[in-house]
Design a protein around this ligand. Structure first.
Ligand code: IFM
Length: 444
């Protein structure tokens, strides 16, 4: 058993396109995920976010469900195209009103809102102008951040600029597995998209601080600790490259003001244009780092990724329904490493959770023992890091309820609440009962 300090923040997380639905309501503009899901073959079973969890209409009930979890914080994202339907220009008051009511409802329920500005649903109109490949998008994002924080900054005091920049840049602009589905297979596209997103991050942080006095501002990175498949130096070098590609490429600019030198060498033909002053802008001091942790990677020297010289190795162990290795030690290692090498002022685990093939049984419950065990093991790994001095302030479980799992659609379930998509009934899973106990007692 592990104990967390009094005042530790327990929360859950969701994202706009994954839960809201109501894609054509109240002036919302089209996003790249509307376009992507409408393209045959892109998402399993042709699933879309058109209805999702209908959270746009059910948010009041959903807040009541959060209270039942005893959580003190809720992390959600804003759909850019609800606020600015074509990405820039006049604000859509109805979109602002929706989030304003949600924020008020949360505060009235004693739940602190943590707002993510970008969780991947770019307005399609901006993608039509080359999306994150265009440098000028950084100014568009900053104007969007300005509009949102002017409207909500009196009440929202925790801001996250971007969620998982690796995912939307590499999967969206190089591999084509996520919206906007550009399968360029060109690392240069992903690196340019990353650089522009990071510029947007650096430019928007001071704006958020100005509009939202006393606010804490951060970013959420998905970090994947990487172990070599063997003690051989070739495998160690491969692991260092994978770590550079996935973790250091995102951490170093924020905390050291440069991309990692060894990776710049590997990426030489693909490097984005970096103008004087860019890196200083990106290194804007942050109040916290958000870490999304799910699993680790084990790699050997190989040719699967010719630039990195790596081959993925699948170790023996337990796996989730998305084939992620269950490896709580990786969370401990990540927290310790980030603290000692980058020293952020504060850390939140902004996402952690697991997908399993949940079943609603005849007793009307979902006995997801594996998820409860997964959470307990990860909570205890985090508690160990905290006891050893890591400034961990809070923990958000992904996700508050089952939702649209991107290219996997609705077949993959991560929720603490089971969602029956035909009726929209939510059923508290056993893991949700477990979290409610932990959040109440601060004990695992
Ligand atoms: O559902 C996603 C979320 O949108 C971002 N982080 C990982 C989750 C599970 O795959």
């Amino acid at each position: 058993m592990a104990t967390f300090p009094q005042g530790f923040t327990w929360g859950t997380a969701t994202a706009s396109y994954q839960v809201e639905g109501a894609v054509n309501e109240d002036g919302r503009g089209i996003s790249i995920w509307d376009t992507f899901t409408a393209t045959p073959g892109k998402v399993r079973n042709g699933n879309t976010g058109e209805i999702a969890c209908d959270h746009y209409h059910r948010w009041r009930d959903d807040i009541a469900l959060m209270q039942r979890l005893n959580i003190s914080a809720y992390r959600f994202s804003i759909a850019w195209s609800r606020i600015l339907p074509t990405g820039r220009g006049d604000a859509n008051q109805k979109g602002i009103d929706f989030y304003s009511r949600l924020v008020d409802g949360l505060l009235a329920a004693g739940i602190t809102p943590f707002v993510t500005l970008y969780h991947w649903d770019l307005p399609q109109a901006l993608e039509d102008e080359d999306g994150w490949l265009r440098r000028g998008i950084a100014s568009d994002f900053t104007a969007y951040a300005d509009t949102v924080s002017r409207a909500l900054g009196d009440r929202v005091k925790h801001w996250i600029t971007f969620n998982e920049p690796w995912v939307f840049t590499w999967l969206g602009y190089a591999k084509g597995e996520h919206a906007p589905g550009r399968q360029s297979n060109n690392p240069g596209s992903a690196l340019a998209a990353t650089h522009h997103a990071y510029l947007a991050h650096g430019m928007s942080v001071p704006v958020l601080r100005q509009n939202s006095p006393d606010a804490k501002v951060g970013i959420a990175l998905n970090l994947v600790p990487t172990d070599p498949a063997s003690p051989k130096s070739d495998d160690a070098e491969a692991a260092a490259h994978f770590d550079g590609y996935f973790n250091r490429w995102y951490l170093d600019p924020l905390f050291r003001g440069h991309y990692p030198a060894d990776m710049i060498e590997l990426y030489e033909p693909y490097m984005p244009e970096i103008r004087p002053g860019d890196m200083q802008q990106i290194q804007v001091p942050l109040d916290f780092l958000g870490i999304n942790y799910y699993t680790r990677e084990v790699v050997a020297k190989g040719t699967q990724n010719p630039i990195l010289g790596t081959e993925k190795v699948v170790p023996d162990g337990d796996y989730t329904s998305m084939d992620s290795e269950i490896y709580p030690e990786g969370l401990y290692n990540t927290l310790k490493r980030v603290h000692s090498e980058y020293n952020p002022k504060a850390i939140y685990i902004t996402e952690n959770g697991a997908s399993f093939d949940d079943e609603l049984t005849e007793d009307g419950r979902v006995h997801d023992d594996q998820r409860a065990a997964y959470l307990k093991a990860h909570f205890e790994a985090a508690a160990r890091a905290l006891e050893e001095g890591v400034p961990l302030k809070g923990y958000f479980v992904w996700s508050m309820m089952d939702n649209f799992e991107w290219a996997f659609g609705y077949g993959i379930r991560f929720g603490l609440y089971y969602v029956d998509y035909t009726t929209q009934r939510r059923i508290l899973k056993d893991s949700g009962h477990y979290l409610a106990g932990v959040a109440k007692t601060n004990q695992t």
